[in-house]
Design a protein around this ligand. Structure first.
Ligand code: C5P
Length: 224
């Protein structure tokens, strides 16, 4: 297929985020950012104008550093995305964000004086969901779903509720997701079609995702 991503403005969220309990302790997850940065690099190499909004994990990448916005928490990621979302043709939500943050983080290191330490959590904004509400018919968005059960049903619900055009489904199994160099994904599109891919390097998976994106761009360009 002809490269239709040259000059396209693309926002991509990558990495885990952190939510601090006190100055030295935080809640996070095992995401390495490898998948997100692999997609960003493929897009950049295809001539897209890529803005990466990245959590606090450093990965090697070919996207120039001035195109990478570094942050730590979900609220910071949300604020950074607000600056770019309305300017972009495509948004890819590849970040593994924390769903909750501590309601009252401590300014000082929490001492181990109690037998039981209770922490109250409040919900973080769902970035993909919020932008799904304001997305225009010319914008394309792609999300990710990591599911352990009722995989296809849950992914389909997520695709609809967050107004994704496609959702990349991966699993937490060994070699297939968080932290590994390989991934096994399925890509479900809004029209209900689904492609299942074998275990591949994250770079090859990124190329498959970008190929599906090119098809979505082609169909949107035909209708506008
Ligand atoms: O609901 P769930 O977290 O499984 O949805 C995953 C998708 O939504 C991913 O694309 C992720 O980047 C995005 N997401 C987000 N903001 C959140 C939670 C998830 O952008 N607070």
């Amino acid at each position: 297929m002809e490269n239709n991503l040259k000059g396209k403005k693309i926002l991509i969220t990558v990495d885990p985020t952190r939510e601090y309990l006190d100055p030295v302790r935080f809640i996070t997850n095992e995401s390495s950012g490898k998948m997100g940065f692999a997609i960003a690099d493929v897009l950049y190499n295809q001539g897209a104008e890529v803005i990466v909004v990245s959590g606090p994990v450093s990965m090697q990448h070919t996207v120039p550093v001035e195109n990478v916005v570094q942050l730590v928490t979900v609220n910071e990621m949300f604020e950074a995305c607000k600056q770019y979302f309305y300017l972009v043709d495509v948004a890819i939500f590849a970040a593994a964000v924390a769903d909750y943050l501590p309601k009252n983080p401590s300014n000082c290191k929490i001492k181990k004086s109690e037998q039981v330490a209770l922490v109250e959590f409040v919900k973080n904004p769902d970035i993909a969901f919020e932008f799904g509400k304001i997305k225009t018919s010319k914008q394309i968005s792609i999300g990710f779903a990591l599911e352990t059960n009722d995989v296809l049903d849950n992914a389909a619900i997520k695709l609809k509720s967050k107004s994704f055009d496609a959702i990349v489904i991966n699993s937490p199994k060994k070699d297939e997701g968080f932290g590994f160099d390989t991934n096994r994904v399925s890509i479900l599109k809004r029209d209900g079609t689904i492609n299942h891919y074998p275990l591949k390097s994250k770079n090859e998976v990124a190329q498959d995702i970008v190929y599906e994106l090119q098809k979505l761009v082609e169909s949107i360009e035909q209708t506008h």
